[in-house]
Write a protein that binds this ligand. Structure first.
Ligand code: MG
Length: 384
């Protein structure tokens, strides 16, 4: 029986992880859950899964849960310190890192530092702190099992193959809701349009990132670190149907593709049950797949992707500033402070106006992220 810690249990990935665990009760127990502030759902999760620890991030939510919920067997902790306490206990086996956005970086780092297996759904972690997280993975002889659908696909395709056999990996992108919107209409894009993803139902931050393709940019950097593969061997193609989740082209020109239903429970199950597979799912009907299409990405409409490659190649503080600047700029967009097009403009300016420095430890990462946030706030203020 494996004991699972779910960081971010009330988000889409967290809820789906609990769905997978619910069907595999004989294999997993929930050791700890963490959430920001969704108390109603947290209480339901405590009652059903009976974790030993619950960590709440938000001050008020933490207080009200402590005051109103007296359950003898559960310990209620707070914030990153609480997460650290949970991770440092010996009992837990797997940590599902599913906190959304930039807040997930530090907890992921702490998780690999304790040598626990990390099922990684938070792509921001490897973007901001790739070098030092991979360093800790090696030092502590642990593993990161990808939960992002594309990375799970590539992980399954590579399956231990030597990198010298690989010509390139291909990450498909759905293209988001504005794939067919002419560039001249981008200035009219409204928040409600950007929140409508054609295929996946996800949290707000990642939905906006999918509409700008910043999400795919983050995934390119994540893939670079996860698979130790250079940026010139990572390609992105638009694939509207979201059936192919990843492809690997080998040196002889053969391309192997991973196909499956667009259902996050699949990569979650794969990471939790690895190296076994879950027998639960119904597969694809190949005869239903009359048409699978692949198209190049338009750099004019989606400049975020190019910027992500640039910051990934430059390394140093660039990816962390890019990451936090995007996180912040999306927040400003969600709050109506900037337009859809300005998300990129603000991030571009923040990245290129910061004074780059080397990242040697987690504190450097947090400093870089802070710089990104501050620059964005300053640029947004000026624009208003
Ligand atoms: Mg993805």
């Amino acid at each position: 029986m494996k004991k699972v810690v779910i960081l971010g249990s009330t988000g889409t990935i967290g809820v789906n992880t609990l769905n997978v665990i619910r069907r595999n009760r004989e294999k997993f127990s929930v050791y700890a859950i963490s959430a920001d502030r969704n108390i109603d759902l947290i209480i339901k999760q405590i009652e059903e899964f009976k974790p030993k620890f619950v960590v709440i991030n938000n001050d008020n939510a933490h207080r009200s849960l402590k005051d109103n919920f007296s359950h003898n067997d559960v310990e209620i902790l707070k914030g990153n310190d609480g997460i650290k306490t949970v991770l440092q206990t010996k009992e837990a086996d797997i940590v599902v890192s599913a906190i959304s956005g930039i807040s997930g970086v530090y907890p992921t780092y702490e998780a690999v530092k304790t040598g626990k297996i990390v099922a990684l759904a938070n792509k921001e972690s490897l973007v901001s702190a790739g070098d030092i997280i991979i360093r800790e993975v090696k030092k502590n002889k642990t593993k990161i099992l990808p939960v992002d659908s594309e990375h799970s696909a590539i992980f399954q395709l590579l399956n231990g193959k030597k990198n010298k056999e690989v010509k390139k990996i291909i990450l498909p992108a759905s293209g988001g809701p504005f794939l067919d919107t002419p560039l001249s209409d981008f200035k009219k894009i409204k928040l409600s349009d950007a929140l409508k993803h054609p295929v996946w139902n996800m949290g707000k931050k990642i939905t906006i990132d999918s509409a700008t393709l910043a999400n795919k940019g983050l995934e390119v950097i994540e893939a670079h670190y996860l698979f130790n593969i250079p940026f010139d061997k990572i390609d992105v193609l638009i694939h509207r149907q979201c059936i192919v989740h990843g492809m690997v082209e080998f040196m002889d020109g053969t391309i192997i593709s991973h196909m499956g239903k667009p259902d996050m429970k699949l990569p979650i199950s794969y990471a939790l049950l690895y190296p076994q597979r879950d027998y639960y799912y119904q597969g694809l009907s190949l005869t239903d797949l009359s048409k699978l299409t692949f198209e190049p990405v338009s750099n004019d409409k989606f400049p975020f992707l190019k910027l992500a490659y640039e910051v990934g190649i430059k390394k140093m503080s660039y990816p962390a500033v890019f990451n936090s600047a995007d996180d912040r700029a999306v927040n400003h967009f969600l709050n109506g402070h900037i337009t859809f097009k300005e998300i990129y403009e603000v991030v571009y300016e923040a990245v290129n106006s910061h004074i780059p420095f080397n990242i040697n430890n987690i504190d450097d990462v947090l400093i870089a992220e802070n710089i990104g946030r501050q620059l964005v706030d300053k640029i947004v203020k000026r624009k208003k």
